[in-house]
Design a binder for this molecule. Structure first.
Ligand SMILES: Cc1cc2nc3c(=O)[nH]c(=O)nc-3n(C[C@H](O)[C@H](O)[C@H](O)COP(=O)(O)O)c2cc1C
Length: 485
């Protein structure tokens, strides 16, 4: 297979991929979905600033952070949401215009990630509903974040009441309808397509998991040949297919494994993916892994997180454009590693998350930059300055050094390489990393530059306290009042 690809790594990464619906992705680098850490709701000026920077970056695909189809059930207070409001389409349209304002030709594929947080939606964290109003899921219960008292306390704090089980098929159809309506709003706003977030333990992933959906029941209108566990996805995908143009891209993010006992495992996931590919309704399929209980997708210091899975899976699927293009995300931050992944058919393109918060123009400045030789065209592993204390304080355990830096830590730009593989509550380690990267995106949204040396405590004070809670002080209030924030 490898001789089909250009021998030069930059030529390979710059080569296009054609999707089953005929749409062409201009290169192999996708800015993965990242919840932006800005004010939740409809996109505003700060989102537009942030997306304009990504637009300049030379990405082949730009995905939004998760955009919630149910405004009352988000994953975080910062999530963008599809509101039943006349402002939804115009504001998503403005965001799209900003994203493309300075984008080099050929322009990136632009995808909105549609999500429903399911059982993981926390009323006390997202503050979009009263604490006694439950999240929803295929079963009643609370997400588990680990064992021991601290985990027990975190679970009760995040989910004071257990999730409500949705048992009525009509309610599932209504949820499917929300995804379809959201997709048509996204199409009206001018985006290239949507990605359904069916990974990381959110509602669509919960529906697929034997742990959270042990006895799936058939939903009306789905043909018998479709496995019952896939009924919800089938309804949503066929609904979007019918309601939108053929060139509107339908992408799906799915776990190769939930990495929790009793959850979706690699064999079941491979079978599900092969079935979905047979439907010919998906143009782009992204592979990730993990849930809040074990956020494998957020692990730091490990490379090509799920390549072993996709390398075994891809030969069993029709190659793009006969089948969907396969996007692999997680720990792919090095030009030659990405090229090796594509040449070994572990992926057609790669998604890049965290580094895109620190370097919004990563493709043009680093990965596709011919001035940077092999060893330099990469984002070295790093840890978050000053985060260790808070990580341990909150029960996240101790992080261990990155295997390549066993004899001490490798210093790069004031950032230190470590392997983020502690022995405590994994959600805490992932949470610390996630909020710090959100602060970087929030800085860009305010018109500042990302700061890789940002100390965790300083970041918490500046972002969460000063900007989020106090609105940026008198200057922030004035700018907000003048509409220039
Ligand atoms: C700040 C932050 C926010 C994220 N938000 C989302 C999200 O909204 N949707 C999603 O599918 N994944 C989300 N992720 C996961 C990323 O898409 C990606 O899977 C993960 O960061 C691994 O890729 P990386 O090693 O290149 O960072 C988020 C990650 C970070 C760091």
């Amino acid at each position: 297979m490898s001789n089909e690809y250009p021998p030069d790594d930059i030529d390979l990464l710059s080569s296009p991929v054609t999707l089953p619906n005929g749409v062409v992705i201009p290169n192999r680098l996708a800015k993965a979905a990242m919840e932006e850490g800005l004010k939740g709701g409809l996109p505003g000026r700060r989102h537009r600033r942030l997306y304009r920077r990504w637009g300049r970056g030379g990405w082949g695909v730009v995905l939004t952070g998760n955009v919630q189809v149910d405004a009352a059930q988000p994953a975080t207070p910062h999530d963008l949401r599809i509101h039943d409001s006349p402002h939804t389409v115009p504001l998503f349209h403005e965001l799209h215009e900003s994203l493309l304002a300075d984008a080099p030709d050929p322009r990136p594929l632009t995808l909105v990630q549609l999500s429903h947080a399911g059982m993981q939606s926390s009323a006390t964290y997202s503050l979009t509903r009263a604490p006694w109003v439950p999240s929803i899921g295929p079963i009643s219960g609370r997400p588990s974040v680990g064992t021991g008292f601290v985990a027990w306390a975190i679970e009760r704090a995040l989910w004071p009441v257990a999730a409500r089980a949705v048992t009525n098929p009509a309610e599932w159809c209504e949820i499917a309808g929300k995804f379809v309506d959201a997709a048509t709003a996204v199409e009206d706003a001018g985006w290239s397509g949507v990605q359904l977030h069916s990974a990381h333990g959110y509602l669509l992933a919960e529906y697929l998991s034997p742990l959270t959906n042990p006895h799936p029941r058939p939903l009306p209108g789905v043909p018998e040949r479709v496995p019952v566990r896939l009924h919800l996805l089938w309804l949503i995908l066929t609904g979007i297919h019918t309601a939108t143009e053929r060139t509107f891209v339908k992408a799906l993010k799915i776990n190769c494994s939930d990495f929790v006992a009793g959850g979706l495992d690699e064999d079941a996931s491979a079978e599900i993916i092969r079935e979905i590919v047979r439907w010919r309704l998906v143009d782009l399929l992204e592979v990730s892994g993990g849930t809040y209980g074990n956020p494998a997708f957020a692990e730091m210091g490990r490379e090509a997180l799920f390549a072993h899975f996709t390398r075994a899976l891809l030969p069993t699927l029709p190659p793009a454009p006969e089948g969907p293009a396969i996007m692999l995300t997680g720990g792919l931050h090095d030009r030659s590693l990405i090229a090796r992944c594509i040449r070994s058919r572990a992926a057609d393109l790669v998604g890049i998350g965290r580094p895109a918060a620190l370097q919004p123009e990563l493709p043009v400045k680093v990965l596709l930059n011919r001035a940077l030789g092999k060893g330099k065209a990469r984002v070295p592993p790093y840890i978050i300055p000053g985060s260790e204390f808070y990580r341990r304080l909150l029960g996240g355990g101790k992080s261990r050094p990155h295997s390549k830096a066993r004899n001490g830590f490798r210093e790069t730009n004031g950032v230190v390489a470590r392997r983020d593989e502690g022995n405590g509550i994994k959600l805490v380690g992932a949470g610390v990393s996630t909020v710090w990267h959100e602060w970087q995106m929030a800085r860009i949204g305010r018109g500042e530059n990302p700061d890789p040396t940002l100390d965790f405590l300083r970041g918490a004070l500046a972002n969460t306290l000063w900007h989020d809670i106090l609105g940026g002080g008198p200057r922030g209030w004035y700018r907000h009042w003048m509409g220039t924030d």
